[in-house]
Design a protein around this ligand. Structure first.
Ligand code: BT5
Length: 325
């Protein structure tokens, strides 16, 4: 959304404003104000012309301007009805120099998981990619993935879904008997630990000592029927019914914004929400399987596994929860 339009909305949020006053406050012509109001009406904002001036009567259910309106985090939002992949669009924006843009799509036709796996992205989901330009060495970027997983987990919990995180990037809903807080630890061998609600795909470009950009892609099965998803997936709709995606995305962006500059807080929050810590795991890594008890996650996101041969730090891989030995 352009800056003047954003400022028009901000002014209307505080009550009716006369067109001439708005023009003066924003330093634009009355005609320009009128054009911005018309554009906002087209975007779904209900703006009445009253004796007291323009009055905001309604905000659209979803979309870029709707998510930006009332958002307490410094992201501009670009919404598409459909794209191949919001990560691809975000990478394009990153290469053009953008920062702090959130790309959203209702549907992805070529959604990607890690290692070029497919990510099914039917209409109704939250398919979101953040363009970031943090002042970080590339090795620290995994902390952003953890922060995103925490942000999604908190938004899901506020929507009533008992979500937990499995290392490194999955947000799952576990069956009550499998939940990490009941201490029973009896998920089936080879189990991912529950049904997958969301995943995070982080991509970046940069020099050895500093990233030039990072794209954090977040996929959440929000208002999607379970039968439109892979068999071991679940959705917010299936768990608790349809969610207000505008509020959900705002919560994700705000929580992520709180955590992105504070990796220690992100790590602490991740540990509290983790279904992996304290479990026996098998992590498939490029150099072989690591099996043992997951005892910690260490900065910037390594899983610490207590194996028969001592402690190992695993930086990347796919993690399964095992039955206790
Ligand atoms: C992930 O990969 O979990 C990262 C997913 C990131 C998706 C977002 S959506 C917005 C942005 N744009 C993109 O193109 N991507 C990002 P991974 O851990 O590799 O998990 C992939 C596996 O999850 C697949 O092989 C399937 O088994 C399963 N899967 C595919 N679609 C799913 C879905 N919608 N829900 C749950 N599981 C799914």
């Amino acid at each position: 959304m352009n800056d003047t339009r954003r400022n028009v909305l901000r002014a209307l949020a505080d009550g009716p404003v006369a067109g001439p006053d708005l023009a003066d406050d924003l330093g634009v012509s009355r005609n320009a104000v009128w054009k911005h109001v018309e554009a906002l009406r087209e975007a779904g904002f209900e703006i009445a012309s009253t004796d007291a001036g323009y009055a905001l009567d309604g905000v659209p259910e979803y979309g870029g301007p709707a998510v930006e309106f009332g958002l307490d985090a410094p992201f501009s939002v670009e919404h598409h009805d459909a794209v191949a992949s919001t990560n691809d669009r975000a990478r394009q924006l990153a290469r053009e120099g953008a920062a702090d843009v959130a790309v959203l799509a209702d549907e992805q036709t070529g959604g990607r998981g890690r290692l070029d796996r497919e990510w099914s992205s039917p209409p109704g989901g939250v398919w979101l990619s953040l363009v970031l330009r943090p002042d970080l060495p590339p090795a620290h970027a995994p902390a952003l993935t953890l922060a995103a997983a925490v942000a999604v987990t908190d938004a899901a919990r506020e929507a009533g879904v008992p979500a937990e995180i499995t290392w490194p990037n999955d947000v799952l809903v576990t069956e009550p008997s499998e939940r990490s807080d009941d201490g029973r630890g009896d998920a089936a061998a080879g189990d991912r630990g529950g049904r997958k609600l969301a995943g995070v795909l982080t991509e970046m470009e940069g020099e050895a000592d500093r990233v030039s950009w990072v794209v954090v892609g977040v996929g959440v099965n929000a208002n999607v029927a379970a039968d439109a998803l892979p068999p071991d997936a679940t959705s917010v709709a299936e768990q608790v019914g349809r969610v207000d995606r505008r509020a959900f995305v705002q919560r994700v962006l705000e929580r992520f914004d709180e955590l992105r500059g504070d990796p220690e807080a992100a790590l602490a929050a991740w540990r509290e929400r983790s279904a992996t810590l304290g479990r026996r795991v098998r992590v498939a890594t490029p150099s072989g399987a690591v099996v043992g008890e997951a005892v910690d996650v260490a900065f910037p996101g390594a899983l610490v596994v207590e194996t028969d041969d001592g402690r190992e730090r695993v930086h990347a891989g796919d993690c399964e929860h095992l039955r206790p030995a």
